[in-house]
Design a protein around this ligand. Structure first.
Ligand code: GLN
Length: 352
């Protein structure tokens, strides 16, 4: 069974269909060698075609407890070889899967020309023409203006806890971010991506936390308004898209990267301690100007902003994924720092 990927550079790449269907999206690659279940269910990959550069994907099966959301998020999955387990999982969710191609060649194209639009057709009757038609209909990532609605909760959700009250603005949150907070006794209220400042105020947060999420941070204006409203009054935290939204709200700017950072071994230097930690990453935009915030951590490879802090206000954000699902646990202490920031702010509970 054949499969075709029509690239925005005019090429059509042929492979083997492992799950049939058509699809389109921004073609990106991850160098992660484990964590395919977490990556495939990470809402930050919505509207993307995810290529795994590691050649064999699926060698330890598919287990639901490792999922980061309740569905597969990329539009299409591509690898040198998928195991039957993963191919069947993709097929069961209607996500086209392609293997049997030279992913080194695909990754080189993305590195040289940047993340690009593509169209895909896979299955017994697939043709290059169908892939090209998909490409024609494929819009730029930044034009997915309603992407938040695709990945966010519709209604508030509540996680019990005896510690600080975290209000998480769900722009496509990974489940393990919520788990990292509840593991530290936080009471977490998850609100939709477009929650108003009044709705956030009703939850009486000790910290407002903006989650990760897909696409262009410019399309998450409501979350930015919440940050503007609460900064200085209530501590603010953010991960990945959250960092970008927070920076934009506080006078900063974001920009699209060439091909982004996606993998498990991105080195990050803390400017205060001069220590380097290995981090998990999945992003295609970066903070070009931190606005009122200070850059406290940078990427060792390209110098982009990896951590931001408020100068005289309680703000703490990370561009990478400290929840580490998948990935190295080096930076899990971010959650302790966020809890501490919230505790210091939270009025002490009166004891008898
Ligand atoms: N993981 C994320 O939150 C990704 C943030 C944003 N969508 C980007 O690509 O930069």
């Amino acid at each position: 069974m054949s499969a075709y990927i029509a690239l925005a550079d005019g090429r059509v790449v042929e492979g083997r269909s492992r799950a049939p269907g058509t699809g389109r999206g921004e073609l990106v690659f991850t160098t992660a060698y484990t964590g395919y279940e977490e990556s495939l269910t990470d809402p930050s990959y919505a509207e993307q075609v995810l290529t795994f550069s590691y050649p064999l994907i699926g060698n330890y099966g598919v287990r639901e407890e490792r999922f980061e959301s309740d569905q597969i998020q990329p539009r299409v999955a591509v690898a040198r070889e998928f195991t039957d387990d993963v191919a069947e999982w993709l097929e069961s969710e209607g996500i086209p899967a392609i293997d049997g191609l030279d992913t080194r060649d695909l990754v080189t194209s993305i590195r040289e020309q940047g993340a690009m639009r593509c169209g895909v057709a896979a299955g017994p009757d697939a043709t290059p023409e169908q892939a090209r038609e998909q490409l024609e209909q494929c819009i730029e990532m930044s034009d997915h203006t309603e992407i938040g609605a695709q990945v966010s909760v519709d209604e508030p959700q509540q996680y019990q806890g005896s510690g600080v009250k975290v209000t998480l603005i769900d722009c496509g949150a990974k489940q393990s971010i919520i788990e990292a907070l509840t593991a530290r006794d936080a009471a977490v209220t998850v609100l939709p991506y477009d929650a108003t400042p009044a709705e956030v105020a009703d939850t009486e947060p000790d910290v407002v936390f903006v989650s990760n999420g897909p696409g262009d941070p410019a399309n998450f204006e409501a979350a930015g308004e919440v940050v503007e409203e609460f900064v200085g009054e209530t501590p603010i935290a953010g991960i990945c898209l959250g960092q970008q939204v927070v920076a934009r709200a506080l006078g900063g700017e974001t920009e699209k990267m060439e091909f982004g950072h996606r993998g498990l071994n991105q080195p990050v230097r803390d400017l205060e301690t001069d220590r380097v930690v290995m981090t998990t990453q999945n992003h295609g935009y970066s903070v070009a100007d931190p606005g009122d915030l200070a850059v406290t951590q940078v990427n060792v490879n390209d110098g982009t902003a990896e951590g931001l802090e408020g100068v005289d206000v309680d703000v703490l954000t990370r561009q990478y994924h400290p929840e580490a699902n998948p990935g190295p646990h080096d930076s899990l202490s971010f959650f302790d720092d966020v809890i501490e920031m919230a505790e210091n702010r939270a009025p002490a509970v009166a004891s008898d």
